[in-house]
Design a protein around this ligand. Structure first.
Ligand code: ZN
Length: 418
């Protein structure tokens, strides 16, 4: 990729994405194959006034080896130094920049039970630190075109061409032009994101004013589903404010307006419209039936065992944590590419997520204990797994407190009734 474009991208990540402030510490989590971009991000972060920028390198080939040869007890042990690191992070609240470029099949064939076991045992020890940090710090997840990921998407192309094609797709999805180098070099992505955020604000305001009690989903693929909403929960989308009142954009791309639904109120069947990539493996052509809020029946043409494993990760993994609205005109959907990566695929389509909800959809959440947010109806779980239900003909109807039915989505996009 052209160096100037990479630098411009790094600038967007640091300024519009995580919005590093003078004196803040930063952590960049990145795969070993993206050293060039990581270097530019470090430079931009320092230029923005970062006090320090630490890079944590990842490599899924090595992760694979750990799961292949590693001892479960050893891998599940959280050593004091690891805990101390989390504790320090929870106190310092550094800006987190995650750059994803990994092969979606990186962990294919790895023993799913072993992975789940390690995660289940480490999770409770690290959870208090994660909870302590939640909603308090700035973070961003962005993508870079890794070679194996690119080859999966464009198997016919040479490795080099595939990487260029994936870069073009990434750039057009994050409002850096239309995918061409010229457009990427001449565009104003920071301005484009300001516009983008304005549109989100309008949609959120409409939904929040309507105050729907329930949403009903129907499409010809078999989706027939209703979900309850939390009266005090807001719809959110685009950028967010940290508790220090710093505006940042946690996902790039992002096209979703979302909230957390009422735990315990989901009935009927949701049919997937795109594969779900979970822990480096794919679940395809699946449906989930809900009763009293919980996933009670799942079918999948591929990955059914993994899906069952997923909804049983803990007692609340079968409940919903998110409902999100994405019109089919989203640039990710228009690209026609299945990215096998949630950051992109969830922004191509209406989706829901199993597992953990978002406490920050509640006003005054920062003064609530976790028990209180759960009592209001926000699910908590060790997983948060998005799956796509945005069929071409998806109808979503909002039902108000007084029983009025208002079209929200018609034929896969925003209904015109505002
Ligand atoms: Zn989402």
């Amino acid at each position: 990729m052209n160096k100037e474009i990479l630098k411009k991208y790094a600038n967007l990540i640091v300024r519009t994405g995580v919005n590093v402030q003078p004196g803040q510490k930063c952590i960049v989590v990145v795969d070993t194959d993206q050293a060039e971009l990581a270097g530019y991000v470090v430079e931009e972060a320092y230029k923005a006034g970062a006090l320090s920028v630490r890079v944590e390198w990842q490599n899924s080939q090595i992760d694979r080896l750990h799961y292949q040869y590693g001892d479960v007890d050893e891998m599940s042990t959280v050593y004091p130094w690891q805990e101390a690191k989390q504790k320090q992070q929870a106190e310092e609240l550094p800006c987190m920049i995650h750059i994803m470029s990994d092969d979606p099949d990186a962990l294919k064939g790895v023993d799913a039970k072993k992975m789940a076991e390690v995660r289940k045992r480490r999770f409770p020890i690290l959870k208090p630190y994660r909870d302590a940090m939640e909603n308090k710090y700035q973070w961003v997840i962005v993508a870079a075109a890794g070679e194996k990921w690119a080859k999966k998407l464009f198997p016919e192309a040479s490795a080099e061409e595939a990487v260029e094609k994936l870069w073009a797709a990434i750039l057009s999805c994050i409002h850096m032009g239309d995918g061409s180098q010229e457009a990427a070099l001449s565009c104003d992505p920071i301005g484009a994101w300001e516009e983008h955020n304005k549109r989100f604000t309008e949609k959120c305001q409409w939904l929040n004013t309507m105050g729907f009690e329930r949403l009903r989903y129907k499409s010809s693929n078999g989706t027939d589903f209703e979900v309850g909403l939390i009266p005090t929960a807001q719809w959110m989308g685009g950028g967010e404010y940290s508790l220090q009142n710093i505006f940042y954009n946690p996902n790039m791309p992002t096209e979703e307006i979302f909230t957390s639904p009422m735990k315990g109120q989901a009935e009927g069947v949701l049919v997937s419209t795109k594969p779900l990539s979970y822990q480096g493996q794919l679940i395809e052509n699946f449906s989930i039936r809900f009763h009293e809020g919980r996933a009670v029946e799942v079918h999948a043409e591929k990955g059914e065992e993994l899906l069952k494993e997923m909804i049983q990760m803990d007692e609340t993994a079968g409940y919903l944590g998110e409902v999100a609205l994405v019109p089919k005109e989203s640039p990710i959907n228009r690209s026609g590419i299945l990215f096998y990566n949630t950051l992109f695929d969830e922004n191509a389509s209406c989706h829901v997520a199993l597992g953990r909800g978002f406490t920050n959809v509640l006003e005054n959440f920062e003064n609530m204990t976790q028990e209180e947010t759960i009592r209001v109806g926000i699910n908590d779980s060790m997983i948060h797994a998005d799956f796509m239900v945005g069929a071409e003909d998806l109808q979503i109807t909002g039902i108000t407190k007084d029983g009025r039915e208002v079209p929200v989505f018609e034929n896969g996009t925003w209904a015109k009734n505002e």
